[in-house]
Write a protein that binds this ligand. Structure first.
Ligand SMILES: *Cc1c(COP(=O)(O)O)cnc(C)c1O
Length: 375
């Protein structure tokens, strides 16, 4: 049996005609950049996230970059974030000359551990970027409280968490900025790159709007220096169609996660496999379903041989990346992130998966875990 990690063709099959009609309309209109569909999507994503403003940008990476530009991050400024994330989180800080200050994660949720944030704050700290990893929100109350007490900005990296909730609040709406990615493998994926910033702050929203068009306002007059980070109209048109299905897809992901959990438990694997934990106050949207397994790399290889797609997010935490060697984080300095990088494995969780496929994945993991292997 083949179980791909993600099957975008299955998703497209179900919405093909609608997406093609929406794209075709943009082709007829020829307003290809920041056209009317971009404005419509901005309003819809803002409403969906329960934030006041939405500003479309060219990618999730740019959403982070432009947010950091809007707070006027200067070379040498420090930004506290998690090392256990996709590179973009840290890269955006570094591209402006900022210094990422990595703080270890909570081993249960894989998100920034708020208890360790305060001791990382210095005179140079400007912001905190919590990442809502795998689709589950970071523990935002203490993070927001610490930020407020120290006068820091909070930029939520919600690239994996559109529609996720923390104590009834939506991902992206809690900090000064929320950053979304429409990379095709995200829960709301476009036809290519795309991203969105949401904010409740009128002045910051206006600043971001100007920054994404080279700081131009009025056109060809530049008070500030920005970047080219415009959202393509075709992306917005496709995303408007897909947004209607997002909650249904989320339900599908949650149903699949519940089935995995039940099957792993019924197979008696809880002592061998660490299942993901969705905290009661969170709405987990399962961008990824991530377990810990013994002998992770051998397990991976075995699953791949059995036709089961899988991935390691992320094999090297940011503080141990070659490009950050000069920051001087030794091996063992952020132990939970390093342990997660060695032990975790993402399994297929996309909404179109069948129960049979999920059963097959659990069966193969069970076979791997209980079968003795030569050492
Ligand atoms: C995908 C992702 C990004 C970057 O988004 P792009 O649209 O690929 O630029 C940033 N942060 C996290 C946590 C992501 O998963």
């Amino acid at each position: 049996m083949q179980v791909p990690l993600l099957d975008l063709k299955a998703q497209y099959k179900a919405i093909r005609d609608e997406v093609r009609a929406a794209v075709d309309k943009v082709l007829e209109d020829q307003q290809l950049i920041l056209g009317p569909e971009v404005k419509e999507l901005e309003e819809k994503i803002a409403r969906y996230s329960r934030a006041k403003h939405g500003i479309g940008v060219a990618s999730g990476t740019d959403a982070l970059l432009v947010s950091l530009m809007a707070i006027e991050l200067k070379p040498g400024d420090e930004v506290i974030t998690t090392p256990y994330t996709f590179f973009a989180t840290a890269g955006a800080i570094s591209r402006l000359g900022g210094i990422p200050k990595f703080v270890d994660i909570d081993p249960v949720t894989y998100n920034l551990d708020p208890a360790q944030i305060e001791r990382a704050i210095t005179q140079k700290t400007r912001a905190i970027i919590p990442v809502h990893l795998y689709g589950q929100c970071a523990d935002m109350d203490p993070i927001l409280e610490i930020a407020q007490r120290h006068g820091l900005f909070v930029i939520e990296d919600a690239a994996q968490a559109i529609g996720a909730e923390y104590k009834g609040r939506r991902a992206g709406s809690m900090g000064h900025f929320g950053c979304f990615s429409f990379f095709p493998s995200k829960n709301l994926g476009g036809l290519g790159d795309g991203g969105m910033i949401v904010t409740n702050d009128d002045a910051l929203a206006e600043k971001v709007r100007v920054l994404r068009v080279h700081g131009s306002k009025p056109k060809y007059y530049h008070k500030i220096i920005g970047v080219n980070s415009r959202l393509a109209t075709i992306q917005a048109a496709a995303l408007i169609v897909k947004l209607k299905y997002l909650d249904g897809w989320t339900t599908g992901r949650q149903r699949n996660a519940a089935l995995y959990n039940r099957l792993f438990q019924e197979a008696g694997l809880e002592d061998h496999v660490t299942l993901p934990v969705a905290l009661a106050h969170n709405r987990h949207i399962y961008n990824q379903y991530v377990i810990r397994v013994p002998e992770r790399d051998t397990c991976r290889q075995y699953l791949t041989e059995q036709g089961i797609g899988n991935e390691v997010y992320y094999p090297v935490p940011m503080h141990r990346q070659e490009c950050y060697a000069s920051l001087g984080y030794a091996q063992g300095s952020l132990p939970e992130s390093e342990r997660a990088a060695q032990e975790t494995l993402a399994l297929p969780i996309y909404p179109e998966l069948s129960e049979t496929q999920i059963g097959y994945v659990v069966e193969k993991i069970a076979a791997f875990v209980v079968t003795p292997r030569p050492t």
